[in-house]
Design a protein around this ligand. Structure first.
Ligand code: GLN
Length: 550
């Protein structure tokens, strides 16, 4: 289908945040794909940051990275995990990014003579950005961040309101996610918040076509009829979005509620009947695991699991392929010391140190890496977790006392991890330069880079091939000056850039499974195709556990 042929579904949210709009949008994508349609997804975020790359994960959750090196909202992670859509810089726009484009145009003189205004200039730019992703797909699903009633989201809502008139009535659908709370004292489900939220939406000119009602129990016919009447939608367009234990059940629940058939009916698309056997099989696998392993995730953002969204999912996927439930324990690295590691980590069948920035909790992470190495517990270090493993090995095995990453200690005698100031980036065909004063936004090594694996290594065993591609998001690199000394002490460099100049994966000899990678494999793991390194890590943890039954 060409751009003209694409249909658009806009997903908004009401009542309160965190109802799972991103997941809902991803599940709509999964259901449409199960009917043989091609989809793409886009997130429009009302905040002013140009991208979430500079935001603290405590505030905003994980920063998801796409192949093209876009630092994106974590909802893009849901989209890629639930659908086959491959996303990039056009799939996430923020207010900041839209204004940046409009202001650049204004300075260039594109609007000469005109007064540049929110309507039509900002709203036109938003509509253009939506059309950018419509090429070659049947359906574009656009999620609007924030909650109806927020001041910031108004230009986006105005743009999608206009979009229906531009694209044609039967090509555009509005789906609104709301909350239907159960009030225990009254013994009743309450529809008023939904009524108010829809009223608010209608006051800005958008009449939703479908309501996804987040609730803890299935809505009765009567409740659906009441919501339908007050909100001016068909009763069969009121869908129960029931709470679930496992997110991969959501497409099945939506389907049983008739969501996908209502969507294709309203958009007037003819499709085959949906095939959902793979989702059913996935849920069965998750509900009836044979084994169980405990994994300790040693990190800084431990009190907010949103910061490790893709990581958590990738671990679940790795468990799935091993018929194994993965129980995660988040260990705050600030509380770990050389003396208490044994007490805090002895229930773990595997230790994982994820990505991170800054010095807080670093020594605790180094203790965890040492504990895993000395006690032959499977260890998986991701990005910062790999850098930590190199520092630990340099200090405690290769005799480089005081070794560190120059991110943390600028005066270390052994900067085994360092800031590369100038290099030629083959991927982008450009000379890259940076120093400690470089701008922070969008200046890391970002996105997909090729990596060549050495045979007879854990990495090669996991991937089963020598050429791989993985996504990066970091500034600091393995320092080749110390490579031979580390290798002589038993470190194995199992993956490098094709030319061999960037170290991408390290392992250590005489350990059942100890691997650190400079990239973020979690961004490419899918429930249907778990990532090879997560499969291998969980397998090693399972062996370590002695195949403990679930
Ligand atoms: N802080 C480290 C760097 O910038 C690691 C980054 C990460 O773990 N994503 O290189």
């Amino acid at each position: 289908m060409d751009e003209k042929g694409a249909k658009f579904i806009f997903v908004t949210g009401g009542v309160l945040s965190s109802l799972g709009k991103g997941l809902a949008s991803a599940c709509i994508g999964a259901l449409l794909e199960s009917r043989g349609l091609t989809v793409t997804l886009q997130k429009l975020d009302p905040y002013i940051n140009v991208d979430p790359g500079t935001m603290n994960p405590f505030q905003h959750g994980e920063v998801f990275v796409t192949d093209d090196g876009t630092e994106a909202d974590l909802d893009l992670g849901h989209y890629e995990r639930f659908t086959h859509a491959r996303l990039g810089h056009n799939n996430n726009f923020t207010t900041g990014k839209i204004y940046d484009i409009v202001i650049t145009k204004e300075r260039r003189g594109d609007y000469l003579g005109g007064t540049v205004q929110v309507i039509p200039h900002i709203t036109d730019q938003i509509k253009d950005s939506i059309r950018l992703v419509a090429k070659g797909v049947d359906v574009v699903i656009v999620e609007i961040g924030g909650t109806i009633g927020d001041i910031e989201s108004l230009p986006f809502l105005e743009a999608i309101r206009q979009f229906r008139a531009d694209a044609g009535k039967e090509n555009v659908l509005y789906v609104h996610l709301t909350l239907v709370p159960y009030i225990g004292k009254a013994g009743e489900l309450k529809t008023k918040p939904t009524q108010h939220s829809v009223k608010e939406l209608r006051s800005i000119g958008i009449q939703p076509d479908i309501l996804l009602c987040r609730t803890d129990r299935f809505l009765s016919k009567d409740i659906k009829a009441k919501i339908a009447m007050f909100c001016n939608v068909g009763t069969d367009a009121v869908i129960t979005a029931k709470d679930v234990d496992c997110i991969y059940e959501v497409p099945l629940i939506y389907h049983n509620e008739g969501l996908d058939s209502k969507i294709v009916e309203l958009l007037n698309i003819w499709t085959r009947t949906p095939r959902l056997e793979n989702w059913e099989q996935l849920c069965r696998g998750l509900k009836e695991p044979e084994y169980e392993v405990n994994i300790a995730v040693v990190g800084k953002y431990v009190d907010l699991t949103e910061s490790y969204k893709s990581l958590n999912e990738a671990l679940v996927h790795g468990g799935l392929s091993n018929h194994c439930r993965v129980t995660l324990t988040y260990v705050d690295s600030e509380s770990l010391t050389g003396d208490n590691c044994a007490g805090m980590l002895d229930k773990s069948d595997g230790i994982l140190v994820p990505g991170g920035f800054g010095s807080r909790g670093i020594e605790g992470k180094i203790c965890a890496a040492r504990y895993a190495r000395e006690n032959k517990i499977p260890y998986f270090g991701i990005c910062l977790g790999m850098q930590i493993a190199v520092v630990e090995f340099a200090r405690n095995v290769a005799g480089m006392q005081g070794a560190h990453s120059s991110e943390i200690d600028l005066d270390t005698p052994f900067p085994v991890i360092y800031l590369m100031t100038e290099w030629f980036d083959d991927q982008r065909q450009a000379l890259q330069k940076r120093d400690a004063n470089s701008a922070k936004g969008g200046t890391m090594r970002l996105g997909a880079y090729p990596c060549t694996l050495q045979k007879d290594t854990l990495a090669y065993t996991a991937y089963g091939q020598t050429e791989i591609s993985e996504r990066h998001r970091h500034r600091y690199e393995f320092n080749n000056e110390y490579r031979s000394r580390l290798e002589e002490s038993g470190m194995v460099v199992s993956g490098t850039s094709p030319k061999g100049d960037l170290v991408e994966i390290i392992e250590i000899k005489d350990h059942p499974w100890y691997l650190g990678c400079q990239f973020h494999p979690e961004f490419k793991s899918r429930p249907m195709t778990p990532h090879p390194l997560f499969q291998a890590f969980i397998k090693a943890a399972l062996v370590y556990s002695g195949f403990r039954k679930a």
